[in-house]
Design a protein around this ligand. Structure first.
Ligand SMILES: [Zn+2]
Ligand SMILES: [Zn+2]
Ligand SMILES: [Zn+2]
Ligand SMILES: [Zn+2]
Ligand SMILES: [Zn+2]
Ligand SMILES: [Zn+2]
Ligand SMILES: [Zn+2]
Length: 276
């Protein structure tokens, strides 16, 4: 799991005593060497070197300093500074800064609450389980920054996780599967008439040919029976309804049709004979 880089200044992690701050660059002496004039005025190495280029003296007491080598290193200040207690940078939710001027925001609920002695800070940061990592699906498009110890929770609901549709077993991203479920042809859905579970792609056929609760027309509709019956009651309808009238209508119409066909047939026979 790749760790996301963080940027911070230790001065943001604690209140530092003035004696640990260089009064030229206003930075703490953390990871810097401290040098002092004969009277004990301290600045960081870079600031001394920079300032001696302009004037060969201590900025504070004006004591002459001909070269950097006349200064003495103050390892005591360096040592004491490392005994300062600081917040873990992962205490802050926005430690991965988008904008450097952004102020750090505490994360009391899911940030690291440990207070660490400065000399052990790097070691702690390296192993802190609250560190931010990239989502395992970042190449698929997940831009989330996840705390290492929340990775599994995130992955279980990451929109970019792919999973198989449990009906058609095609592969979809979590963020598209809900939409797919609205369309999946293999998904079982309730028949609105009989409540049976039917594959979506077979629903039309089911309603058209099989569903017992669907209301259909009597087979004698074209011969005058306008009754609407549930498919399951069709047999009963034939048993209980007198279709005699409809039968005779049917027979009448059929007779007429046969008559017409006979006439047509005779005409055709005559035409064929003439052709021969
Ligand atoms: Zn400085
Ligand atoms: Zn001085
Ligand atoms: Zn931590
Ligand atoms: Zn993700
Ligand atoms: Zn599906
Ligand atoms: Zn049905
Ligand atoms: Zn009927």
């Amino acid at each position: 799991m790749s760790r996301l880089p963080i940027e911070y200044n230790v001065s943001e992690l604690s209140e530092f005593d003035e004696s640990f701050v260089c009064h030229i660059c206003f930075d703490t002496y953390y990871k810097k060497e401290v040098y002092q004039c004969k009277k004990g005025h301290c600045y960081c190495e870079e600031c001394w070197k920079e300032s001696l280029k302009n004037k060969k003296e201590c900025m504070q007491c004006r004591t002459q300093v001909n070269s950097f080598h006349e200064l003495s290193r103050n390892t005591e200040v360096e040592r004491l500074l490392l005994k300062t207690w600081v917040h873990c940078p992962y205490f802050f939710r926005n430690i991965i800064r988008v904008d450097e001027s952004e102020k750090l925001i505490e994360d009391n609920s899911s940030g690291c609450n440990e207070i660490i002695i400065l000399e052990k800070l790097d070691n702690h940061i390296e192993n802190c389980s609250f560190r931010f990592v990239k989502c395992k699906y970042h190449e698929k498009g997940c831009k989330d920054k996840i705390r290492y110890n929340q990775n599994e929770i995130h992955i279980s609901k990451c929109e970019y996780r792919s999973l198989n549709c449990k009906y058609c077993s095609n592969v979809y991203l979590l963020k598209t599967i809900e939409q797919h479920y609205l369309e999946c042809p293999s998904m079982l859905i309730d028949c609105k008439e009989c409540n049976e579970k039917i594959k979506r792609e077979e629903m039309d056929k089911h309603l058209d040919k099989e569903c017992q609760e669907v209301i259909i027309s009597c087979k004698f509709l074209q011969f005058g029976c306008n009754d609407k019956i549930k498919r399951k009651n069709l047999e009963n309808h034939f048993d209980q309804t007198n279709h005699t009238k409809h039968f005779s209508t049917a027979i009448e119409r059929l007779s007429t049709t046969i008559e017409h066909l006979n006439i047509k047939n005779n005409q055709l026979s005559i035409s064929i004979k003439e052709l021969n």
